[in-house]
Design a protein around this ligand. Structure first.
Ligand SMILES: O=P(O)(O)OC[C@H]1O[C@H](O[C@H]2O[C@H](CO)[C@@H](O)[C@H](O)[C@H]2O)[C@H](O)[C@@H](O)[C@@H]1O
Length: 247
């Protein structure tokens, strides 16, 4: 899809904030850090957590990270104390003080993890077990994509779970867990209530977050080139996200 999508860059954030209170929902991989060969191999920019806390203060706390990673994994890369977050594709949510928001997230059943371990071995893909989900990564062997998707769809179907597609990955989550749900939950609570929500993300799973922002009078910002999208604006890459956020 390179070059095929024509969306303007978002208006300067300072200008938006002069007019009305805005809330920022930021995806992590592909938005705040560049995609790397492995989930653990990402290069996190220097002092990212401090910079995000400073940005959050400029927004009077109306900033949340909304990632597919588990919150524990995210914290291992970027200490998230003092920042509102949602992990495992929106299933687990906490406010800036670390208090849980909304319904408690459920882990996948043990039987599903057993099947995932076996399936990952058989298919030759990498299993990322999360607190409230799991991912099968095939970045090192893209030819495994179709088999990994078929395996995940079958397993999820037999356990009434959901499947999500991502960049060289297929994931299993609890049914109904998505980034849109996380956005809607944050918007019910101070300091997010009444703010114009903006979701910035690069991947298919970010579309749910962007759609929730559209429904609440805000908008989505797509990072990179992907189509179709419900985003109204686009930034070309991770470094342009930092520039737009003055991060
Ligand atoms: O919602 P996000 O914050 O964008 O997280 C989505 C998934 O990101 C991670 O996987 C992706 O990034 C890896 C590191 O760049 C890359 O190696 C992998 O191919 C990508 O799929 C993470 O491992 C997943 O748990 C997240 O769901």
């Amino acid at each position: 899809m390179d070059g095929a999508i024509e969306l303007p860059p978002p208006p300067p954030l300072v200008r938006l904030m002069e007019k009305r209170a805005h809330a920022l929902f930021l995806d992590f991989d592909g938005t705040l850090v560049d995609i790397a060969p492995t989930p653990g191999g990402i290069a996190v920019p220097d002092r990212l957590a401090d910079r995000l806390r400073a940005l959050s203060q400029r927004l009077d706390g109306r900033l949340a990270l909304v990632t597919g990673r588990s919150l524990e994994d995210l914290a291992g890369h970027c200490p998230i104390d003092g920042i509102a977050c949602a992990g495992s594709h929106g299933a687990a949510r906490r406010d800036a003080e670390g208090r849980p928001l909304g319904a408690a997230a459920q882990p996948l059943p043990d039987a599903v993890f057993e099947a995932l371990h076996q399936g990952a071995r058989d298919l030759g893909v990498v299993l990322e077990a999360k607190t409230h989900g799991a991912a099968l990564h095939f970045r090192s062997d893209p030819e495994r994509a179709a088999q990994a998707h078929a395996f995940a769809a079958d397993l999820a179907g037999r356990h009434a779970l959901a499947v999500k597609q991502g960049k060289a990955v297929v994931e299993i989550t609890q049914a109904g867990a998505d980034k849109g749900g996380a956005v809607r939950e944050f918007l019910k609570h101070p300091p997010f209530v009444g703010a114009v929500p903006i979701f910035v993300g690069d991947d298919v799973t970010d579309e749910d977050g962007m759609a929730a922002c559209n429904d609440a009078g805000g908008f989505g910002v797509l990072v990179g080139d992907r189509s179709p999208t419900v985003a109204r604006y686009r930034l070309p890459n991770v470094s342009s996200v930092y520039e737009w956020l003055s991060l």
